[in-house]
Design a protein around this ligand. Structure first.
Ligand code: C5P
Length: 400
């Protein structure tokens, strides 16, 4: 499956471009979002209209198209994807890439991108076998560019040999293999994130200031390692990541139901700031000001989702991770919390105002496991997430 994957598809100028129309369909059917770029040469073989109709997206054609720059600059376009596919990749485009030339939109995007690139070359057999093309192929492979094809066979020009573009399904398979290659491929992981909103009446609620930034960064890091992520999120201010299954909820009770429905999973990471209490009898009508004074709100305790999942006899994920935000005695409190909740790890951080961590871009965490406490140096929240995701991958692979 390619659900949620964003693919920038560069269609070069070759007769094989007609196969790229089918490729767009196959990728889209599998849930990928295809953003097409058509080179001047590509336009000679397929029309911008067919490409954009099949992709359900605008087709990008010109480096100096000011409307495009206003909507999305070429640098941003080059980085807005999880993968750049070039199909067909012509001898000319390969040569430009190998030289680092950036004279048109396609080559500029390929030079500016920081995402993986896969080429599906297509050209006449002599052109493919020419030492110059083979030099370029080796240079590009050494640069980390992936290749699918070319295939052997009869060519539109009447010759026979290597140079035919790989079939669309082979390109799809290479794309799927690319995304499945991470150490968490085949693993399902729940991530809870954001605050919960506990209604008082239809228009008022009790909430907290969680932005969902840490949970979102974690979900992205786990996805990047190939995990299937079920992202159960309260009303967060940070947008949910692409490429994960988003289950939006409002209340702690809904969050618990969504988590239980997503089980069984290999791991569960509870990064949500769940409200400890809810209003016991939330009104289904807006509460009015009355002469009798203010309404008295009664509270009921919310279920502790982390503790509930940690203590499941049946279907407990093999790794359960909780978070602890503390302001003092971080290690002692978090160590006690790990035992109280019954989870495997606690990721603890000091959120006392002096640290500047709350609402900031950096974090300094201590990982509490059964083997004790491990202090990690201060780093960006994205780096913390990558490090946690790598540890989760290791733990799950040690687990078998
Ligand atoms: O008890 P405390 O709220 O400090 O514990 C924090 C950890 O417990 C976090 O991982 C949080 O997501 C989880 N939690 C939960 N359900 C609750 C309260 C906290 O899953 N009702």
């Amino acid at each position: 499956m390619l659900r949620g994957k964003r693919i920038l598809l560069i269609i070069g100028g070759g007769i094989a471009a007609y196969k790229s129309l089918d490729l767009i369909r196959r990728l889209s059917e599998r849930g990928a979002t295809v953003t097409p770029v058509l080179t001047r040469g590509g336009e000679q073989f397929v029309t911008p209209l067919s490409v954009s109709a099949l992709a359900g997206s605008k087709v990008y054609r010109d480096l100096f198209d000011l409307t495009d720059e206003a909507e999305m600059g070429h640098i941003q376009l080059s980085r807005s994807a999880d993968l750049v596919l070039v199909a067909p990749a012509t001898a000319d485009l390969m040569a430009k890439m190998a030289q680092g030339l950036a004279g048109d939109l396609a080559s500029t995007l390929l030079l500016a991108t920081d995402t993986p690139v896969i080429l599906a070359p297509a050209m006449n057999v002599r052109m493919w076998e020419h030492p110059a093309t083979q030099r370029n192929r080796a240079t590009l492979a050494a640069d980390g560019i992936g290749f699918v094809g070319p295939d052997d066979g009869s060519m539109a020009c009447g010759e026979f040999g290597p140079g035919r573009m790989a079939e669309p399904m082979a390109i799809v398979a290479a794309t799927e293999a690319h995304f499945a290659a991470g150490p968490l491929a085949g693993k399902r992981i729940i991530v809870t994130s954001g605050p919960t909103h506990e209604p008082i009446d239809p228009v008022r609620y009790i909430a907290n200031r969680s932005s969902g930034a840490q949970g979102t960064a974690l979900a992205s890091a786990l996805r990047d390692l190939g995990a299937e992520v079920i992202f159960v999120t309260g009303p967060a201010s940070v947008a949910a990541p692409d490429g994960v299954t988003v289950v939006p909820v409002e209340t702690a009770l809904q969050m618990k139901d969504a988590v239980m429905a997503a089980l069984p999973t290999d791991a569960a990471v509870f990064a949500a700031a769940v409200a400890d209490w809810r209003v016991a009898s939330a009104s289904d009508r807006k509460l009015k000001k009355t002469r009798d004074g203010m309404p008295a709100l009664e509270f009921a305790e919310n279920p502790d989702i982390l503790a509930t999942v940690s203590r499941l006899d049946n279907g407990r994920p093999s790794l359960v991770v909780g978070f602890a935000a503390e302001t003092d005695d971080v290690v002692a409190h978090a160590t006690a919390k790990r035992l109280r909740k019954g989870c495997d790890w606690i990721v603890a951080n000091d959120v006392s105002p002096a640290t500047g961590i709350m609402g900031g871009t950096e974090n300094a965490v201590t990982l509490i496991t059964e083997n004790g406490a491990e202090d990690w140096p201060r780093m960006s929240k994205a780096d913390v997430s990558e490090k946690i995701a790598a540890r989760i991958a290791k733990a799950l692979s040690d687990d078998g």
